[in-house]
Design a protein around this ligand. Structure first.
Ligand SMILES: *[C@@H]1O[C@H](CO)[C@@H](O)[C@H](O)[C@H]1NC(C)=O
Ligand SMILES: *[C@@H]1O[C@H](CO)[C@@H](O)[C@H](O)[C@H]1NC(C)=O
Ligand SMILES: *[C@@H]1O[C@H](CO)[C@@H](O)[C@H](O)[C@H]1NC(C)=O
Length: 471
């Protein structure tokens, strides 16, 4: 009751709910929660970086009679604490149970009260392994394992002394059968794992995305390749159609040949579409123009995508400012929408090989890019203020994280507003803690302070999402 009154007064304004609008609506920030920076997982490692990818466990999200919701978020860190150098951190995902008690009021909550609106409880960890049980690693892959046993060439640290697949995990998609897809930055590849975390299949993208140095494939993240994905700009975004048959992976920013690492030319990124019903097959590829900063026209790279209706997708684009960065004031962090319905499908063309589709950042004249529309700004000060949070200013616990990277959607299960969803957003804290453990070694972050694992929840109306396709 309370919730509905709050909603109609504060969020709906002039009551657009009466007519079925086709435009998406941002109804505001309704919850905040965090896991402290020094929390550990069941292996003893610091529980960090967990917002790199987030997904709701199917069937876990449920509404209680008292207006609260509960569910399980499956969260996935990237390659561990790696400020000095990369470490032998095994790929993994964590189950985190939560209780969501949406706050619809306008009066600002204290930080402590706000943190009760999304209570998070770590449950367990699943470690990623190769087919025969060998652990994956986070170490920089300066070597290449030759193709074998149906697998393409794979990124590894050393063919003789450390022949284990290197993962820098970024995207996560859960399948109904319990198996899951992981996208990574090194390859950039997409890996299919069984429910228990064993490798099942590997998708290698077209040559255009594979990093090459001096003509040879080289997966290192330490050096700019001549072509292919830019270093640390791999498949940040991964999402799937509700039937689990179409998988979508998007590069964080342009390939080297399409604009490279210069952030004034790197906005034309690529979305790859795979049919994964049987043997994975590339069936579509589109150019998505990322937003740029107003002042210096610098690319705001994307950190996640989420399927809406097959044409439209959520996309999280942002700068890195905020907690964990040297600069606290962010100019752009936003969950936006792009639409590929009018865009040119370039898969199977010369652009899959070495021909740039956006040489120097200038898009080929015969290629129509996706359209891109801003949607939910994560740095709206009045919304953040309602949860005791702020953008810019002091580097305190109330400063929002710099690196928001994961998105998930759940239906609000509100019969009055059947197109309303909770949009969960998770941040990657880069394992910044003064009290850390990584691969058996204690550490204290060189950043000099704790950065919590923060989560935000928004309420949004998404009329384009087929009803019943997201639970
Ligand atoms: C609401 O109900 C759920 C499930 O029964 C319970 O776990 C939770 O503590 C309740 N919350 C409040 C605020 O009453
Ligand atoms: C990849 O590049 C790194 C850095 O230049 C180099 O040390 C390494 O030997 C290269 N690996 C291969 C397989 O060429
Ligand atoms: C891309 O390169 C491969 C290998 O060189 C070649 O077989 C294929 O025909 C090329 N495709 C296009 C569309 O140019």
């Amino acid at each position: 009751m309370l919730a509905t009154v709050g909603l109609s007064i504060l969020l709906f304004g002039s009551s657009p709910a009466l007519s079925r609008s086709t435009d998406p609506v941002n109804k505001g920030l309704v919850a905040f929660g965090y896991i402290p920076a020094n929390a550990r997982d069941s292996t003893g490692d610091t529980l960090g970086g967990i917002g790199s990818a987030i997904a709701l466990k199917a069937g876990s999200f449920a509404k209680a009679k008292n207006g609260t919701f509960k569910g399980t978020l499956v969260v996935q860190p990237d390659r561990g604490y790696n400020v000095d150098e990369t470490v032998d951190y095994q790929g993994r995902q964590h189950y985190v149970n939560f209780v969501l008690k949406p706050y619809y009021g306008s009066a600002p909550l204290s930080f402590a009260d706000a943190a009760k609106t999304l209570q998070l409880l770590y449950k367990k960890t699943i470690l990623y392994k190769e087919r025969k049980g060998k652990a994956t690693t986070g170490l920089d892959p300066v070597s290449v394992r030759p193709a074998s046993g149906g697998d393409p060439i794979l990124p590894i640290p050393n063919v003789k002394t450390k022949n284990q697949v290197s993962l820098d995990c970024e995207g996560l998609v859960l399948n109904r059968d319990g198996s899951f897809w992981v996208s990574d930055e090194y390859g950039p590849y997409i890996y299919h794992f069984s429910e228990k975390g064993s490798l099942v299949d590997v998708i290698q993208p077209p040559p255009a995305a594979i990093p090459r140095i001096g003509g040879a494939v080289n997966f290192t993240s330490e050096v700019d390749p001549d072509s292919g994905r830019a270093p640390n700009q791999g498949f940040e975004g991964l999402t799937v159609s509700p039937d689990g048959h179409k998988l979508y992976a998007m590069l964080q920013s342009s390939t080297m040949q399409d604009g490279g690492t210069d952030d004034t030319t790197s906005r034309h990124t690529r979305l790859f579409v795979y049919d994964v019903k049987r043997v994975p097959k590339l069936i579509g590829e589109y150019v998505v123009p990322l937003p740029q900063t107003a002042k210096k026209q610098k690319t705001l790279a994307q950190s996640d995508i989420h399927y809406l209706d097959g044409h439209k997708f959520l996309v999280l684009s942002r700068d890195g400012h905020g907690n964990g960065d040297d600069e606290s004031q962010s100019d752009y962090k936003s969950v936006d929408i792009f639409d590929i319905s009018g865009a040119t499908d370039i898969h199977g063309t010369q652009y899959d090989n070495s021909t740039a589709v956006s040489p120097g950042g200038v898009l080929a004249a015969n290629v129509v890019p996706a359209t891109y529309t801003p949607f939910v700004s994560l740095i709206d000060s009045s919304q953040l203020g309602r949860m005791g949070l702020h953008n810019g200013g002091d580097f305190d616990q109330q400063l929002i994280a710099g690196k928001w990277e994961g998105t998930a959607l759940a239906s609000c299960q509100d019969p009055k507003y059947p197109d309303d969803y909770f949009l969960f957003v998770g941040a990657d804290n880069d394992f910044n803690t003064l009290d850390g453990t990584m691969v058996g070694q204690p550490y204290s972050t060189s950043y000099g302070k704790d950065v919590d694992n923060q989560f935000l929840v928004y309420r949004v109306t998404l009329p384009m999402v087929p009803r019943g396709s997201i639970h």
